[in-house]
Write a protein that binds this ligand. Structure first.
Ligand code: ADP
Length: 162
């Protein structure tokens, strides 16, 4: 069992500065943080999984301790297959709590050795979500402060804005 690795799962559609903040703070505690892009297709996504992974590969290339992977199916199965035991998640507001609480309980019940660790958002990212960024971007608002430059470029391309 690898105690030095944390799995940071999510949709990351797209990856925001809030996500990066959690991943980088995770690296202060763990040797390796695996950003695990969920391949479950139930959510209507703007970027394909391949597009999200491509962006993430570029965004993390300066840091070998940040890895990027995808997973299908049950998160706990993936975590166990990685011989990891920690799932890293971010919490923004009380509204995140209910869902995250349920998910963490479920995952722990399915697999007892897997623990979910939560990191509170940095206040400056408390309001930030992929959905908000997509909405503001689609309407032509300035999203420079919310996402890495590469993500901004790709979002504008998707919306046919330049
Ligand atoms: P999911 O579809 O699994 O919720 P997201 O890509 O929306 O995936 O989020 C992945 C993780 O990052 C979740 O734990 C979420 O709470 C966290 N997160 C998202 N935005 C922020 C933010 N601005 N600050 C802190 N954590 C965040």
């Amino acid at each position: 069992m690898n105690r030095h690795i944390a799995i940071y799962p999510g949709s990351f559609d797209p990856f925001t500065n809030g996500h990066m903040d959690i991943a980088r703070r995770g690296l202060e505690i763990f040797d390796t943080v695996v950003i695990a892009v969920s391949n479950n297709s139930e959510k209507n996504s703007l970027f394909s999984v391949a597009e999200r992974v491509d962006m993430l590969m570029t965004l993390t290339e300066d840091n070998p301790r940040l890895r990027v992977e995808t997973f299908d199916g049950l998160l706990v199965d993936y975590v166990v297959a990685k011989k990891a035991r920690v799932i890293l998640r971010g919490l923004r507001a009380v509204t995140d709590f209910e869902f995250e609480f349920q998910l963490a309980q479920m995952n722990h019940t399915v697999c007892e050795q897997v623990e979910t660790l939560f990191m509170m958002t940095s206040p400056k990212f408390a309001y930030l979500s992929s959905s908000i960024v997509k909405e503001v971007g689609r309407l032509g608002g300035d999203i420079s402060k919310f996402v890495p430059h590469l993500v901004k470029e790709e979002l504008l391309k998707k919306f046919g804005i330049n």
